[in-house]
Design a binder for this molecule. Sequence first.
Ligand code: ADP
Length: 399
Amino acid sequence: MNVLVINAGSSSLKYQLLNPETGDLLAKGLCERIGIDGKFTYKPQLPGKEKQDAVDVAMPTHSEAIQTVLNALVDPSNGVVGSMKEIDAVGHRVVHGGEKFAKSVLITDEVMKAIEECNPLAPLHNPANIIGIKACQALMPGVPMVAVFDTAFHQTMPPVAYTYALPYEYYEKNAVRRYGFHGTSHKYVASRAADMLGKPIESLRIISCHLGNGSSVTAIDGGKSVDTSMGFTPLAGVPMGTRSGDLDAGILEYLMNQYGMDIHEMLNILNKKSGVQGVSGVSSDFRDLGAAAAEGNKRAALAVDMFNYGVKKYIGAYAAAMGGVDAIIFTAGVGENDAKQRMAIASGLEFMGVKMDEDANNVRGEERVISAADSKVKVLLIPTNEELMIAMDTASLVK
Ligand code: ADP
């Protein structure tokens, strides 16, 4: 079975064609500048097929973008399948499922309506996801499609974790609550962790740290998300590349008054100019920050330290929330690649049974245990694979 996984943004669209049964990736790539001019990248993964770096293809809408993807996949010389018949289903990443979706679902007209009703919760993302679904439906009639939500995995959080200490009517009338994001990634790595440890996921208390450009930490008790650091929006939690993470809401009024800013300007600063970029003044990329810190840049070092400290605090909080922890997972760009940051985050946690193995930790992008043999809490490095998770969910719903 082959599943096409689509992650549609407002002007870009990422795609992968994979076999969820074997985990084999057939092709992947990217459509960019949709609605502007159009750039197409195609990376077939089969031997003898040629990779294409960003070629110009006119993409006035998502429809041309998806058509371009399909053409490339079935191309007689450079494609990876013989015909469209070999694409059995499509899995769409959808950012926000609100309280309506606690699981992935087969897309029907009713489901489309419900996704549209979640648009106000993710006004930048959901409408683009919907455009991607509709374009696909028009070009692939009869092919089953599944929506996989970033928020769904976190719908198991109890009210004590998801309720904000605001007047309760804002939850009841306006759906203001913690939703959490990166759910597909947290779910995937937690299930891999259970496999790696050879234990049923129901028996494990896991803290998974998805540390990338956007970062979130999740407490997973018995396979269910019970708390997560992102909130009503992905702005909350640990400091990120350019997002502030948690902060005192009183700062907003103070700065808006000081600089005569309106709320849009303020939020632009919190989303795009804060985080490690804002503190360091150097970069949002942790590789640049590591290099700058090594050359003596104090603010770059402070930014990295703040990030590591923020993640460590969430680990402590979630261990307390679950009454202990059996495994800590590191994943995503920073979590998978930066041994130094993993060490900085996990060191000092010996009091709660975490003991790292420096040699085992000295690795990048490879599934492995990085804690010492006698560590009570297992620390795991697990590369995330959101596309595979989407394809697996899609396959199980289509069958
Ligand atoms: P997202 O999916 O949120 O855009 P990723 O998970 O791809 O982000 O993570 C991107 C971040 O990972 C980069 O901004 C960079 O800071 C970090 N990163 C990637 N590779 C490395 C590396 N080798 N060392 C340290 N950090 C890295």
